[in-house]
Design a protein around this ligand. Structure first.
Ligand SMILES: Nc1ncnc2c1ncn2[C@@H]1O[C@H](COP(=O)(O)OP(=O)(O)OP(=O)(O)O)[C@@H](O)[C@H]1O
Length: 412
């Protein structure tokens, strides 16, 4: 049955209420469609993540798997020029074109278009193709953000961040080709599981922390951290996706963007801000993973903003004192006290007591067993972890029509 995801909407340029469903009260169609997802079976979860005790993992097996993944990555990157898709361009600029892919189904929809599962006609591999309508991007004043998204994704190279292989455009649409991440959104898993046990939340938070560390080290602010933008790969590791608001900011910026529940007070108050906003959202993310709701939620977004500006959080009793301490240091209006935003940067977050068990080097190498492996049965190209979206008639690839936005997306 067609189903529209209850994702929280971004608020690109203004504070107009444009929010979706109360996140704690999912409507029955939503629950119905989530039935296809496998929740984390609570009784099967490790009693504690106890990252230090993961040595029992069969090292050799993991090593082999890593090698295999590396070989596959090299292949897909086109290191082998004779076979690699990346070097088989059908356009003069050495880029992809629509003819290189067979479009299969919709994986997700956004404000300006949709993301399709596609298959390369050259190497048979699956990719995710994000298609953004130029007219919609222009209407919503997102031209700069769209160009930034492409620029940021081209720059980044980290296992916890989605990899983009290339871009192209036709007269109506810009396209981005990315790795297809089979495990679905952390959002879906969280809704199905209601909330995550402490060790599970800690695992995902720790991987997200490494992604933020990497981005911030490259002067990139992400600005849209939320479970909808965190995908799980087939092994259950995270991949940050949707760089629509990511920006290279060496000092400060002012743009009002993000998703209401997750926006930092300095953004709501239109003050200059920098990486600090990601650490605020990081706190909201941990809170939501552990409780199943966000701390400032109100069905009226204007009230949400008021709540954010007051930054008064009620921490449920079942949260441990260590995580409450961390959250209080992240979800604070006081920028001179917000963890991650201080002199030691990300190290302060990584060294917080709540993350004590985490062996960061091993986590970085993805050498830690994940708490949940998405049940991907039919191998590459399996879409069982994604909700079904109504398919639309596509008008991609039409030639010979005037493009009024020709000069706006020159890099694509
Ligand atoms: N690489 C990918 N692999 C698998 N699914 C993906 C991938 N990229 C995106 N998706 C799916 O498509 C959805 C929409 O993607 P994305 O958030 O990038 O689009 P968007 O147009 O920027 O959306 P929004 O308007 O909400 O910001 C994601 O939430 C996810 O479910």
């Amino acid at each position: 049955m067609p189903y529209v995801s209850p994702h929280r909407e971004n608020l690109p340029m203004n504070l107009d209420p444009h929010i979706s469903l109360p996140i704690t009260a999912l409507s029955s169609p939503t629950l119905q469609s989530l039935e296809q997802h496998q929740p984390i079976p609570q009784h099967q979860l490790p009693p504690s993540l106890e990252l230090q005790h993961q040595q029992q993992i069969n090292q050799q097996q993991r090593q082999q798997q890593l090698q295999l993944e590396q070989q596959q990555l090299q292949y897909a990157r086109g290191v082998d020029e004779s076979q690699g898709l990346l070097h088989k361009s059908t356009t003069s600029k050495g880029k992809y074109s629509l003819k290189d892919f067979q479009i299969l189904r919709t994986l997700g929809t956004g404000s300006f278009g949709r993301v399709h599962l596609v298959r390369s006609v050259h190497n048979g591999r699956f990719y995710a193709m994000k298609a953004l309508r130029k007219s919609q991007v222009v209407k919503m004043k997102q031209v700069e953000h769209t160009n930034d998204e492409r620029k940021m994704l081209k720059l980044v190279d980290l296992a916890f961040v989605i990899r983009m292989w290339g871009t192209f455009q036709d007269c109506k649409t810009v396209f981005m080709i990315m790795d297809y991440i089979e495990g679905g959104e952390l959002f879906s898993l969280l809704r199905k599981s209601s909330k995550f046990p402490n060790p599970v939340a800690k695992f995902y938070a720790a991987e997200v922390c490494l992604a933020l560390e990497y981005l911030h080290n490259h002067n990139i602010i992400y600005r849209d951290l939320k479970p909808e933008n965190i995908l799980l790969d087939k092994n259950g590791h995270i991949k940050l996706t949707d760089f629509g608001f990511a920006k290279e900011v060496p000092d400060v910026t002012y743009t009002l963007c993000g998703t209401p529940d997750y926006i930092a007070p300095e953004v709501v108050a239109t003050k200059p801000y920098n990486k600090s906003v990601d650490w605020w959202s990081f706190g909201i993310l941990i809170f939501e993973m552990l409780t199943g709701f966000t701390p400032f939620f109100d069905s009226n977004p204007m009230k949400t903003y008021e709540n954010i500006l007051q930054a008064q959080v009620t921490y449920p009793d079942y949260l441990g004192s260590d995580v409450v301490d961390l959250l209080q240091k992240l979800i604070t209006k006081d920028l001179s006290n917000r963890l991650g935003n201080l002199q030691n940067g990300t190290d302060d977050v990584k060294q917080h007591e709540w993350f004590d068990e985490v062996i960061w080097d091993r986590l970085h190498n993805r050498d830690i067993e994940t708490p949940y492996e998405p049940p991907i049965q039919s191998g590459c190209g399996d879409t069982s972890q994604f909700d079904r979206y109504p398919e639309a008639e596509l008008d991609y690839g039409i030639e010979g029509v005037d493009d009024p936005y020709d000069n706006l997306f020159e890099e694509f």
